[in-house]
Structures are given as C-alpha cells and as structure tokens.
Design a protein around this ligand. Structure first.
Ligand SMILES: Cc1cc2nc3c(=O)[nH]c(=O)nc-3n(C[C@H](O)[C@H](O)[C@H](O)COP(=O)(O)O)c2cc1C
Length: 252
C-alpha cells in the first residue's frame, strides 16, 4: 500500500515538468462546450471523473456535495427543458446536477470519526469533530445559539484577537457548502477534459423545477448543472479570453 506521504515524496521530485505540462494542457484546452457529438461517455470514465471530483479540497473534509447523473430518458427530457433547452444540455452525453448540502455537516462529522484511517482516532480529531465543528455550525432554534456565538465572537475579537467567524445563518452555511461543491465541480470538468471529454457548466436553469425533478429537499442546493460529452466541431462558440492578470492580482 502506498501512503499519501510516499506519494507526496514522489510528487516533490525536482523534475515535475511533465506533470506541469500535462496540467497546463488540461486547463488550457478546457472550454465551455455547447455542442457535443453522439459519442457516449463510458461509465468507467465518468466514475473516475467523479472520483477525481471528490478529491477536491473541502472544508474539514466534511464533503457537503452530491452529484446527480441524470440518465433516465424521461428525467433527461425534463432536465433539458429545465436547462432552458440549452444546446449544452440538449446535446450532452451526460447531464449532471452539482448539489451543495447544508444538512450533512453533523452526520459527516460522525462518519469521519467512524471511518477515520488511523486507529484509534486521535483525541484531537475527536474533539475537533465533536466540539469545534458542532459549535461552528450550530444555530439553535430561531438562531438563538447564533446570537450567543455572535456576541461571544465580538468580545473574543476585542479582547484576545483574531478568531474565525463561525457560521451564524442558513446563508452562511449555504455559502460554505457552495464553496466546497464548486471546487468539486471544477475538478470534475478538468477530469473530463483529461479523459478527452468536455463540459459546460450551466447556471441558466430553473432551480425550483430541477429540484422538484430530482426530489431534493430545502437543504440540497443545485449550484450548477454540467453538460458533458465529446466536443463537436462547432462546439466552442467563441475565442477564449480573460482580462489582464494585473486587474485581479494584488501583491500586498
Ligand atoms: C457558474 C457558471 C454558470 C454558467 N452558466 C452557463 C450557462 O447557463 N450557459 C452557458 O452556455 N454557459 C455557462 N457558463 C459558461 C461560461 O459562459 C464560460 O465559462 C465563460 O464564458 C468562459 O468561457 P470558457 O469556459 O470557455 O473559458 C457558466 C459558467 C459558470 C462558471
């Protein structure tokens, strides 16, 4: 068995140029593709892409994401309609809903302790998931715990210095889950590209209708739909461009 430390050691070799080249090729050749060919994405390829998606970094390893691969023909027809009949959905070999969950932090904290790779689970880890994580997310009925957390945080900041802002509201938790699921979505799109396929992220869809179709609860938020498949010759609509890096990067 190779440990993650062994892997890190081999990644740290000075000659990492082939990896860098391969990474650049994957990132630079990814485009939002709006038309796909009829070529299917094999199940094993999609499974690998989803596995790579879920290797995305995520807050406290709580993994608040889900991926709905809409394969059923009837569901697919309705999902395409909910994606406003965009070509990127209509022609996609696979259509995937990326979902962020606001209700799994507690269960996943306990699952981490059950499935933790080192036994016995270190006390520090147990305390973190049982106490720190719980306090970070807990809102209480009518946000009463949040109000206490807010006051305590203000006092702590003034008296002792910096403290991480806990999650006070449902919106805070939704932002948290969305951040995590977005990173997985990007991994998924890059993995598809590395496998020779392409994708189009879509925000242009009817979220309530899509949630009804997928039978999702108020704690399951579709952050994006992804159409995936093999790029058609006319699949890319325009030349890729970005603003100057200087506009966005601040060395302070
Ligand atoms: C959150 C998000 C929502 C998007 N929604 C749509 C969409 O509904 N339809 C579409 O054709 N492209 C959509 N796109 C793709 C963007 O238009 C595209 O990423 C951008 O124009 C840059 O092009 P590139 O991805 O080829 O570099 C979306 C991208 C993101 C990240």
């Amino acid at each position: 068995m190779t440990s993650s430390t062994d892997k890190q050691a081999s990644f740290a070799t000075p000659d990492n140029t082939p990896q860098l080249q391969a990474f650049r090729e994957v990132v630079e050749s990814r485009r939002s593709v709006r038309r796909f060919t009829d070529t299917p994405i094999p199940d094993d390829v999609l499974t690998d892409c989803l596995r790579l998606a879920m290797l995305a970094p995520n807050s406290s390893n709580l993994q608040p994401w889900e991926f709905y691969v809409i394969d059923d023909a009837d569901n697919r027809k309705r999902a395409v309609k909910n994606c406003m009949n965009q070509n990127a959905a209509k022609t996609a070999a696979r259509l995937i809903a990326i979902v962020a969950r606001t209700d799994v932090w507690q269960d996943h904290a306990q699952q981490i302790l059950r499935e933790y790779p080192d036994t016995p689970v270190p006390k520090k880890v147990k305390d973190y998931y049982n106490k720190v994580v719980a306090l970070d997310f807990l809102r209480g009925p009518a946000n009463v715990v949040s109000a206490v957390k807010w006051s305590a945080t203000q006092v702590f900041r003034r008296v002792k210095g910096p403290i991480k802002s806990p999650y006070y509201t449902f919106e805070d938790t939704k932002n948290w889950a969305t951040n995590n699921a977005s990173l997985a979505a990007e991994n998924l799109m890059l993995a598809l590209r590395a496998h020779g396929f392409d994708s189009c992220p879509m925000g242009g869809f009817d979220e309530p209708a899509m949630k009804r179709l997928l039978d999702l609860s108020g704690d399951q938020h579709i952050i994006m739909m992804i159409g995936a498949g093999e790029r058609a010759d006319n699949g890319v609509y325009n030349t890729q461009f970005r603003f100057d890096q200087e506009q966005f990067v601040h060395y302070v």
